[in-house]
Design a binder for this molecule. Structure first.
Ligand code: ZN
Length: 272
C-alpha cells in the first residue's frame, strides 16, 4: 500500500474476483503484470461453475487476498438460519484450513443478504462483507454491506436502476445519474469511478467473474482497464480486507491509540 501526500483526499482502488473459477488464474496473471491488489472470493463448491483446486487457491493466496464465499454458493436469503450459519462458518473453516491462514473478508453469494446473514457473517469472525450493490465509491456506514462501483459486465440503464431500487441502494441510483452518467459499457463506467475517486477521494471498486470475461471474450478489454488503473499512480491499491480493516480501525479502535490515529488519517471524509 502506498501513501498519498494528502491524507484528507485518499483515493483507493480495489478489485474483487468472485467464485474461484479456474479462469481466475488468468485474471491473477494480469493483476500481477500490472502490480494490482485484489481479493478473490472462493466457495468450496459451486453448483453452477467449476472451482479451482485447493493447491491453485493456496498459490493464489501467496500474492492476493482470498476471502470467504460460503461452502456451497447458495443464496443465503432463501435458507433456514441454521443452514445460513453452516454455509458461512464452515465455509470459513474450510478456507482457513485450506490456506493455513485466517480469512477476514466475506462476499454474499449472488449478492443476496439481509440483517440475518450480516449478523452471522460478523459472528463467524469476518471483519467486513461485500455485496453486489453497484455505483458506489465511498466508505459505507455498515462494513457488512460494502458495495462496489462497477461490475465487469455490461448492464442496460433500466437494469441498473431496477437492480438498485430493489436493493434499496438509493445512493447508487443517484450516483448512476450524476457520477456514472448512465454508462452502460462497463469499461466507461469504471473509468468514471476512477476519475471521480482520483478527484474527490473514495474507493473505485471493480468486481468481476472471470467466466463472464471468457464468455464475452473481453480479456483485451480487461487488460486495458487494468493497465489504465496501473497508470493512475495517485490511486492507493488495496485489497478488500485492507479497506475493511481501515473501516474497523476508524470506527472501533479508541482514537487514543496510534493505530486509530493512523487509520483516521487514512480515511477520507464522505463526499456526496
Ligand atoms: Zn459468487
Amino acid at each position: 500500500m502506498r501513501a498519498s501526500s494528502d491524507p484528507n483526499n485518499q483515493a483507493f482502488v480495489t478489485i474483487s474476483v468472485d467464485d474461484g473459477h479456474p479462469a481466475d488464474l488468468r485474471v491473477a496473471e494480469l493483476l500481477a503484470k500490472y502490480n494490482l491488489a485484489a481479493t478473490f472470493y472462493i466457495p468450496a463448491h459451486n453448483p453452477e461453475n467449476p472451482v479451482m483446486s485447493a493447491t491453485q487457491m493456496r498459490e493464489l493466496s501467496q500474492r492476493f487476498e482470498v476471502g470467504g464465499h460460503t461452502l456451497n454458493h447458495l443464496p443465503l436469503s432463501s435458507l433456514p438460519t441454521d443452514e445460513v450459519w453452516r454455509e458461512i462458518s464452515e465455509g470459513k473453516d474450510w478456507l482457513e484450513n485450506s490456506l493455513g491462514k485466517p480469512a477476514r473478508s466475506f462476499c454474499y453469494p449472488m449478492g443476496k443478504y439481509g440483517s440475518r446473514a450480516a449478523a452471522l457473517v460478523k459472528k463467524a469472525g469476518f471483519v467486513g462483507a461485500r455485496t453486489c450493490q453497484l455505483n458506489l465509491h465511498d466508505f459505507p456506514d455498515d462494513p457488512f454491506a460494502w458495495g462496489v462501483s462497477t461490475q465487469a459486465h455490461n448492464h442496460g440503464r433500466a437494469v441498473q436502476i431496477r437492480h438498485a431500487l430493489l436493493e434499496r441502494n438509493f445512493q447508487g441510483v443517484l450516483n448512476f445519474l450524476g457520477v456514472y452518467r448512465f454508462a452502460t459499457d462497463w469499461d466507461a463506467h469504471f473509468r468514471r469511478a476512477l476519475d471521480r475517486v482520483q478527484t474527490h477521494g473514495g474507493i473505485a471498486h471493480l468486481y468481476l467473474h472471470s467466466w463472464e470475461i471468457d464468455q464475452f471474450d473481453e480479456w483485451h478489454k480487461l487488460e486495458s482497464v487494468l493497465r489504465s488503473i496501473s497508470q493512475r499512480e495517485s490511486l492507493i491499491r488495496v485489497t478488500n480486507g485492507e479497506l475493511f480493516a481501515m473501516w474497523g480501525a476508524r470506527n472501533r479502535v479508541p482514537a487514543v491509540t496510534e493505530a486509530g490515529k493512523q487509520a483516521k488519517l487514512l480515511i477520507p471524509k464522505k463526499h456526496e
